[in-house]
Each structure stands twice: as structure tokens, then as C-alpha cells.
Design a protein around this ligand. Structure first.
Ligand code: HMG
Ligand code: MG
Length: 297
């Protein structure tokens, strides 16, 4: 099994989308540029969603125009529909991520459509993106529980992951949107999805609401996954998932991966410094253990 783990940094998007006070575009740009310098292959930059639904990311065009793209770094953006793709293509985007969920109740709150409706809506978006040479990642939310429906049957998760893969998504990220998962369940869910989508095309995406994110990642690494999403400083949450707390903090993840002897190509110190800096910009203490230790020293 490979000893390389691709860490997908989602802080500028998943991390900031839930911030109530508007974060200036200049701060978002500085965050993305600092992260690019840390060695990530992927920094998810922003979303081309409706500004009425996520006002925080209404400046997507300005942010993308302001960053200094680095050779070897991909800057994917979230796209919910044809209009989002149109905006992304106009901004010169080369990588997009589409998203849906394993539960209708959450998907309706998040994108105003049920799961089957969203799969139908996304099919031509993915087709058009790929025809334009744009790579597409697909997110499945609520894979270990839904804030509105509660339990989510495993079969529903697998069906949606399979549908996104069949549609042409090159990578499927399995999202525990509200962080309710625990390691054995996370592992079972991943292995079930790997029956439909090759493990090499699966990623895991944990929120840390109940402090289970790192343990869930470890269980999934043992089961074979090699792509893990996280957000610098443990920023984040979904505005349409009540009670969801931040993403797994990138620096805490990197510390564990280094301890396991797994390679990432990412500079842990630079990420920790960035976590301390962005937390200060947002006027709060960092949510991660490593940034907390760094601040105390
Ligand atoms: P809707 O209201 O049903 O859309 O929203 P609509 O097509 O009826 O359009 C309504 C208005 O929005 C129109 O404007 C459209 O032009 C405009 P008006 O005519 O009223 O002036 N509009 C847009 N404007 C800009 N860009 C667009 C766009 N689309 C429509 N792309 C829609 C449907 C999907 C647009 C909306 O529900 C939406 O944007 N939702 C996004 C919510 C979101 O971003 N959630 C967070 C991301 S998902 C997540 O965090 C989970 C993840 O991290 C994994 C995990 O943790 O599980 C990925
Ligand atoms: Mg998320």
C-alpha cells in the first residue's frame, strides 16, 4: 500500500463558508497563497454557488483573480449547477467539485432539490466540464448521519457515490458533514463504497464535532484510503448543517500522518503558522491542538 497520502486542503472553502462576518477577499487570497506555499497539491479555493445561499463566498471571482497560482497546485471550486459551471469556466477554473448528499432531507436544505434531482441536475454539468478538459470531484454529504433525517442507510451512500462516479467524477469524497461518525462505522462505510468505486478514487472528509475525525481517518487509512480532506486551523462547517462544527484540522492530521511514517510533501510548520495566522484574522483561538501548542510557546 502506498505510503503517500494526498491531503486536500479545504479551508478557504469549507472552512470559511460558515463564517458569519464577511472575510475580506484580500484575507482569503492571502490564505490561499500561504497554503499554496506549504506543499499541498490541492487547495479548494471557493464556491460558485448562489451568493444568496452562501454570502460569504460571493466574492469567488475576485478571490480567484487575486491569487498567485503555483505550478503543481490545483485550485478546485464548488459548483452546484449549470450557472456555477458557467461562472467557473469564465474565471478560467480547471478543477471543479460538484456536491450532493446521501439523504434527501439534507440535500433539500443545502441545494433546494432532492438527491435524485441533484444527480439529474449535475449530469450535464459534469459532462460539460469534462468536455472542456476540467477535472471533476464529487462530494457525497451525510455519509454517516444526517442532521434532519438521522440514520442514513449504507446502501444510499454507496448508490450516490456510484452514481457520481458513473457520471464522470474522477474522485469521490465521502463527507461526514456533521461529524457523527465513529471509526468502525467510518471504515464499514468506506469499504462498502469501495465495492462500487475503486479505493484509489475515494477520499474521506470528516468534521470533528464529536472529536472523532482523526480516529476515523486512521481507521480509513488502515482500510486503504489515501486521500484525506482537512482544513487549516480546523475551520469550518456547513451553513445548512445545524450544529456541524469544524473540519478535521490539517495540522493535527499532518502530525498524525508524520507519526505513522506516511508522506504528504507538506510542511507541517508552515501549515501550523498559517493556522495561527488565520485564526487571528478571524479573531478567535485556533481549534487545532498543534496551533494551540504553537500559540502557547
Ligand atoms: P435555488 O434558489 O433553488 O436556485 O438554489 P435557482 O436556480 O432557483 O436560482 C435562484 C437565484 O440564484 C437566481 O437569481 C439564480 O440566478 C441564482 P435571481 O434570478 O433570483 O436573481 N443562482 C446563482 N447565482 C450564482 N451562482 C450560481 C447560482 N445558481 C443560481 N451557481 C442552489 C439552488 C443550488 C443554487 C443553491 O441552493 C445553492 O447555491 N446552494 C449551495 C449551498 C452550499 O454552498 N452549501 C455548502 C457546500 S456543501 C458542503 O459544505 C458539504 C461538503 O463540505 C462535504 C461535507 O462536509 O459533507 C462539500
Ligand atoms: Mg465539509
Amino acid at each position: 500500500m502506498s505510503d503517500f497520502v494526498r491531503v486536500v486542503e479545504v479551508g478557504p472553502r469549507d472552512g470559511l463558508q460558515n463564517e458569519h462576518a464577511l472575510v475580506p477577499a484580500a484575507t482569503k487570497i492571502a490564505l490561499i497563497d500561504r497554503l499554496s506555499a506549504c506543499g499541498f497539491q490541492v487547495v479548494e479555493a471557493t464556491s460558485f454557488v448562489s451568493p444568496k445561499w452562501v454570502p460569504q463566498l460571493a466574492d469567488a471571482e475576485d478571490v480567484l483573480a487575486g491569487i498567485q497560482p503555483r505550478e503543481g497546485v490545483a485550485y478546485p471550486v464548488l459548483v452546484p449547477n449549470a450557472k456555477g459551471l458557467e461562472r467557473a469556466l469564465a474565471a478560467g477554473v480547471r478543477h471543479i467539485a460538484v456536491f450532493t448528499a446521501a439523504s434527501d432531507a439534507f440535500n433539500l436544505k443545502n441545494t433546494n432539490i432532492d438527491v435524485n434531482g441533484s444527480l439529474e441536475r449535475l449530469t450535464p454539468v459534469v459532462e460539460q466540464a469534462r468536455a472542456a478538459g476540467v477535472s471533476v470531484r464529487g462530494y457525497v454529504s451525510t455519509v454517516l448521519g444526517c442532521p434532519y433525517q438521522g440514520h442514513v442507510p449504507l446502501g444510499d451512500v454507496v448508490r450516490v457515490a456510484d452514481a457520481l462516479h458513473a457520471m464522470g467524477c474522477e474522485e469521490i469524497s465521502l463527507g461526514d458533514t456533521i461529524g457523527v461518525g465513529t471509526p468502525a462505522k467510518a471504515r464499514e462505510m468506506l469499504l462498502a463504497c469501495a465495492q462500487a468505486v475503486p479505493m484509489a478514487q475515494l477520499a474521506v472528509h470528516f468534521h470533528d464535532t464529536y472529536g472523532q475525525a482523526l480516529a476515523n481517518v486512521l481507521a480509513c487509512l488502515e482500510a486503504g484510503v489515501r486521500v484525506v480532506d482537512s482544513a487549516v486551523g480546523g475551520l469550518g462547517g456547513c451553513p445548512y448543517a445545524k450544529g456541524a462544527s469544524g473540519n478535521l484540522a490539517t495540522e493535527d492530521l499532518l502530525y498524525m500522518l508524520e507519526g505513522l511514517g506516511l508522506r504528504t510533501g507538506i510542511d507541517l510548520q508552515a501549515v501550523t503558522d498559517t493556522a495561527v495566522w488565520i485564526s487571528g484574522e478571524l479573531g478567535r483561538k485556533p481549534a487545532s491542538k498543534l496551533a494551540t501548542v504553537a500559540l502557547a510557546n
